[in-house]
Ligand binder design. Structure first.
Ligand SMILES: Nc1ncnc2c1ncn2[C@@H]1O[C@H](COP(=O)(O)OP(=O)(O)OP(=O)(O)O)[C@@H](O)[C@H]1O
Ligand SMILES: [Mg+2]
Length: 354
């Protein structure tokens, strides 16, 4: 339900200005490394049909874990994979990256698809090496300044870089593994439970990074709030089979409830009223959640814009053309994202929930 009233346009314009104004007014971002600012770089465009599976079965030796998989992924798709513990999510991902041969069928990747994989077990980390060395080994020719500044975006500042990995917390290990994953650009990223140990700030930073990312991704996650904000399709694994739904997690829930409901016999009138009431309250709580997360994202993006502006004006030596260029490109992106977010905010603020 939308309420149209006189002066609404003016109100919208004013609110946009108000928010745009905040870009400049926000205090400089904190430099204690608390709020990471993750960015996911794309490595050129992939072919539009990124991945195709038709009647594929995966598993171990003679044991099939998931059978008859049909799954298509197109450029820009962000698919969430859900399913109970042990249902075969990791098995599917390992098959997709070629670590495990499918029992049946072919897994096809499109041209120019460059895959990066985030392993649930973080087994890529070297426990005896420092944080810096864990990243540096990916690019031994890089200047240490570049390595440290990249780590800074994942919350490792000052002496953090000299900590040995085995002494890190679960959240820090996850962030380091994400840093390694995202160091080299990729246009198709496969994540196995990336948010498990992450604090809220980092989770939001990752959400935001994936929202801004124009490559494709597959994410296994139990975190439905994360899925709600990131994905456009849900692949549900249950009883050895997979089913794909359009939309985020909330939409998946609606569709699956509907499927179950339509299978039932006709319901009485009072039940219909009850259902309508439930639906309305679900809608309200979705609205509130989205509003909340939208505002958080706006604040984050505004901080990022302010940080980039400071970096461009003071932080980067004038002679470093490449970094200046990167920073101003990034700033442009952030400002574009902000405009989209403001537009969505106006839409939501316009919705009538009284
Ligand atoms: N290396 C292996 N050899 C044989 N069976 C395995 C192997 N790894 C996992 N399995 C079995 O395959 C099934 C699917 O496991 P998988 O790890 O893919 O589940 P999952 O959905 O990722 O679970 P979780 O949510 O706990 O990460 C389970 O029954 C598991 O015991
Ligand atoms: Mg798993």
């Amino acid at each position: 339900m939308r309420r149209h009233m006189a002066g609404q346009k003016t109100k919208q314009a004013q609110s946009k200005l108000k928010y745009l104004g905040r870009i400049k007014r926000l205090p400089p971002p904190q430099t204690d490394g608390r709020g990471p600012s993750i960015r996911v770089n794309t490595s050129g465009r992939s072919y539009a049909h990124v991945m195709a599976l038709e009647n594929v079965s995966v598993g171990y030796g003679p044991t099939t874990v998931v059978a008859g998989i049909g799954l298509d992924l197109y450029r820009g798709d962000k698919i969430g994979i859900i399913g109970r513990n042990g249902s075969g999510k990791t098995t599917l991902l390992r098959s997709l990256i070629g670590e495990l041969a499918p029992i049946e069928g072919d897994i096809k990747l499109g041209n120019n698809v460059e895959v990066a994989y985030f392993d649930q077990e973080l087994s890529d980390l070297k426990p005896d090496l420092t944080v810096i060395d864990n990243l540096w080994e990916l690019d031994p020719g890089a200047e240490i300044g570049r390595i440290r500044s990249f780590l800074g975006r994942f919350g490792f500042t000052g002496d953090d870089g000299f900590k040995v990995v085995r002494s890190l917390s679960g959240g820090e290990k996850t962030k380091l593994s994400l840093a390694r994953l995202l160091y080299h650009p990729a246009n198709f990223i496969i994540f196995d439970e990336p948010t498990n140990h992450l604090d809220i700030d980092s989770r939001e930073a990752l959400e935001q990074a994936l929202n801004d990312y124009d490559g494709s991704c597959l994410v296994v996650s139990h975190d439905r709030y994360f899925l709600d904000r990131v994905v456009n399709k849900i692949a549900h694994i249950a009883d050895g089979h997979i089913k794909v739904y359009d939309g985020n997690y909330a939409e998946f829930r609606e569709q699956t409830t509907e499927t179950v409901d339509t299978a039932k016999p006709k319901e009485s009138k009072s039940k219909d009223t009850y259902r309508a009431f439930k639906e309305e309250s679900r809608r309200r709580s979705r609205y509130k959640k989205e509003l909340q997360s939208l505002k958080a994202r706006i604040v984050n993006q505004e901080r990022e814009a302010a940080r980039l502006e400071r970096e461009i004006n003071q932080g980067i030596p004038r002679s470093d053309w490449e970094m200046l260029h990167d920073a101003s490109e990034r700033k442009k992106q952030v400002e574009e994202t902000l405009l989209e977010l403001y537009a969505r905010l106006e839409e939501l603020e316009d919705a009538d929930f009284d």
